[in-house]
Structure formats: C-alpha cells, structure tokens
Design a protein around this ligand. Structure first.
Ligand code: XMP
Ligand code: MG
Length: 177
C-alpha cells in the first residue's frame, strides 16, 4: 500500500484490513464467551467508531442490542476544561450489561468524563471495547477491557477515523508520516 494524502498531510500504511478484521474477530469471540446467555447493550460513540461497531456487531453470535450516541463537548469547569453531553442516549440502562464501543482511547479524557455519567444510570456492569489505544498519550487512565491494538502516540486515520473530516472510508489504518 502506498503513502496517501489526506488534505495537506501524508499518511503511511499502518494496519491492514486483514489485521484489523482478525483483531475484531478475536474481540467478538471473547465477548461471545464472556456474555454467553446474557444480552449486553452496546453503546457506540460516534462518529469514529461506526465501522468498528458495525464489524464487531456482525461477528457476535449472542443476543445483543446496540445504540449510537454522540458526545458533544462544551466548555465546562472541570480540570480538563471540557465536558461532554451525550446525545441520543435515550435507552434505559438500569440493570443492563453495557459495553462501550470506542474507536480510539488517546488521552482517556473522553471516557473519563463520560463513564461516571453512565454509572449514574446504574448499569449492572460496564466494560469498554476500543479498537486502538495509545498508552503513551494517557492522561486519564482508562481500563480497556477489549482492545484491538496498542499503538504509538502518532495521529492515525482510516477505518472510521478522520483527519479533518476525511479518511473515514479507508479500509486500513494509516499513520501520520
Ligand atoms: P481522548 O483523548 O479523549 O480521545 O481519549 C478520544 C477521541 O479523540 C479522537 N482521536 C483521534 N482521531 N486519529 C483520529 O482520527 C487519532 O489519532 C485520534 N486520537 C484521538 C477520537 O475521536 C477519539 O474518540
Ligand atoms: Mg471518537
């Protein structure tokens, strides 16, 4: 695969379509086993996770529900200076086994803000499935229960992830050169 341009920047191939699908199958197999006989509720965080969520969901053999939310950030008074409000979280999570689907955990700030809000809804359990994690970027440690890849602290695009709106349609993941 060649180096590609997205807007004004160059990206080189990093994870192939096959590697991505292989890891997602492994995550699905683990979830199928861990949640056998249960009916988890997946919450996919848009926009970036739409492809990962769709592929992961296709490999599930257990009964499962899914909903899609968007986290809108606004200026708040927390230490991070950002707070999130969840748009589309219209399902009742009381007593449900919830699995968050995220494209990437970078600093951990997003989930650090969002998870306590979800816990208010009193789910029976709460786990995180993330395709990518940048351990070197972590500022707010998040326990990722199901992880596709630990990656270096470099900006990536493709497979749902964008650089300024573009690159989401790529089947592979590319790294900023
Ligand atoms: P935090 O820092 O809150 O970041 O864990 C999570 C969100 O930031 C976006 N993000 C990226 N998007 N390439 C992208 O296209 C990246 O390398 C990248 N790193 C973080 C993403 O929306 C993620 O949900
Ligand atoms: Mg995202």
């Amino acid at each position: 695969m060649p180096v590609i341009n997205v807007h004004d920047k160059k990206f080189s191939p990093f994870l192939s379509e096959q590697e991505i699908q292989q890891q997602i199958k492994k995550i699905a197999a683990a979830i199928n086993e861990d949640y056998a006989g249960m009916r988890p509720m997946f919450i996919a965080i848009l926009n970036g996770s739409f492809m990962f969520a769709a592929d992961l969901f296709k490999y599930l053999t257990i009964d499962a529900e899914i909903c899609f939310i968007k986290l809108a950030s606004y200026k708040g008074t927390t230490s991070s200076g950002q707070m999130f409000t969840a748009i589309g979280l219209d399902v009742d999570l009381i007593g449900k086994d919830v699995i968050i689907i995220e494209d990437i955990v970078d600093t951990g700030r997003t989930l650090n803000e969002f998870l306590p809000k979800l816990m208010h809804q009193q789910p029976a359990s709460l786990k995180i499935a993330a395709l990518l994690h940048k351990p070197d970027a972590v500022k707010f440690p998040i326990r990722v229960d199901y992880l596709g890849f630990s990656i270096p602290n470099k900006f990536v695009v493709g497979y749902g992830l964008d650089y300024d709106g573009l690159g989401r349609n790529l089947r592979e993941i590319y790294q900023l050169v």
